[in-house]
Design a protein around this ligand. Structure first.
Ligand code: ATP
Ligand code: MG
Length: 354
């Protein structure tokens, strides 16, 4: 009997709606399976909580999360809290507290989705984002505040340890895929220190993976490559900031932000990993019941794979693909289906595929 303890943090906005849907689908997946149970524990760590108590995460919260097998996260962000507070006090506190240094973002076009891109069927990528340092190190400061000579600095920190482990992770990922191709993305022509170190260590690590073919791109050039020659890409490794940007582009090219998942992994398994749809709280559609839950479902697939539930992951992925292919789409994909209708349809398919 595999009992998986999952910490659920729906967060803000549509995070609550899509995570609720995701939990339902997971429960249906386990209902006829005597070998697997999901033990969900909900946490109300949200902007609402912050506005009431001054804290996103209560004292001892991170310690408590440590005991879980995985974290299923919705979205964080509110008009009433500056983004840099909500992001740092909740999401990044968990990512950095649990050394979830590898952020994995798959992008591909499902049958039944029309992309704005003509060659969209060629999109089958995994973007590996360095998730623990770099441009998001939080280092810097402000001087002469409010004066004409005011200065703000934001210092990126790249360490040999941090770079080497993410490159190794990316090479392993590339090696596990049929095409075995890895693209390095930096801006080392204009950023002369940390990014150069990124490049150097990439080529050092590459020596251990002779079966993986490699290319090197500048971050500006990769955006054109993604649009014009998507078939040339497979696995892409980039720094924290660059990967953040190109993965939003990847999600948009493959149809919508609403379908893309991401995993924040602590690959060694010392701490729990966190799984979340790539989209944010999207207050413009909150409460309307039209959030696309597919991103949260695909996120659940990644969580199942991480938990070693490969068969369940496959079954859920097939159910999602069948529902999307049937043309049942939320408004973000040009359809008129509600969150509930899509969730019901996926549950029905999950029950049908035994
Ligand atoms: P945050 O500030 O937390 O990033 P956001 O309001 O910027 O949140 P995003 O999630 O980044 O919103 O997405 C931008 C827009 O894309 C949303 O305002 C919404 O209209 C649309 N969108 C995002 N996710 C979904 C989804 N799951 N279903 C439907 N539309 C979505
Ligand atoms: Mg956003």
């Amino acid at each position: 009997m595999n009992s998986h303890r999952i910490a659920v943090i729906p967060g803000d906005g549509i995070g609550l709606e899509v995570i609720e849907a995701g939990k339902r689908v997971l429960e249906v997946l386990a209902e006829d399976n005597t070998d697997v149970t999901f033990d969900f524990v909900d946490f109300d760590w949200s902007s609402e909580r912050y506005l009431k108590t001054g804290q996103y995460i209560p004292d001892g919260g991170i310690e408590e999360l440590k005991t879980f097998d995985a974290i299923y996260f919705g979205a964080v962000g509110s008009e009433k809290v500056p983004d840099h507070i909500s992001l740092w006090d909740l999401r990044l506190k968990i990512c950095q507290g649990f050394d979830q240094y590898a952020n994995v973002r798959p992008a591909r076009v499902f049958p039944g989705i029309t992309s704005r891109l003509q060659q969209a069927e060629d999109i089958d990528w995994v973007i590996i984002r360095e998730n623990s340092e770099g441009e998001y190190s939080g280092n810097g400061g402000r001087v002469h505040q409010g004066l004409p000579e005011e200065v703000g600095t934001e210092v990126s920190i790249f360490t040999r340890k941090g770079i080497e482990r993410i490159h190794r992770f990316a090479f392993e990922m590339a090696q596990s895929r049929p095409r075995k191709h890895l693209t390095l993305v930096t801006k080392s022509n204009a950023q002369r220190h940390g990014m150069v170190l990124w490049d150097e260590i990439f080529f050092e690590v590459a020596k251990d993976y002779p079966d993986v073919t490699i290319t090197r791109e500048l971050v500006d050039a990769i955006t054109t490559r993604m649009v014009l020659k998507p078939h040339m890409l497979d696995v892409i490794v980039a720094t924290n900031l660059h990967a953040d940007i190109i993965s939003d582009l990847a999600a948009a090219l493959s149809g919508s932000l609403g379908i893309a998942p991401t995993a924040n992994l602590n690959p060694e398994g010392t701490f729990p990993s966190m799984f979340e749809p790539i989209h944010g709280s999207a207050f413009d559609i909150t409460g309307k019941g039209i959030a696309n839950p597919v991103g949260a479902f695909w996120t659940a697939v990644m969580m199942l794979e991480h938990l070693g539930e490969t068969a369940l992951a496959k079954r859920l992925m097939t159910a999602i693909e069948e529902v999307v292919a049937s043309g049942l789409h939320a408004p973000d994909l040009g359809g008129s289906a509600t969150t509930r209708e899509i969730t019901d349809a996926v549950c029905e398919r999950v029950r049908a595929i035994r």
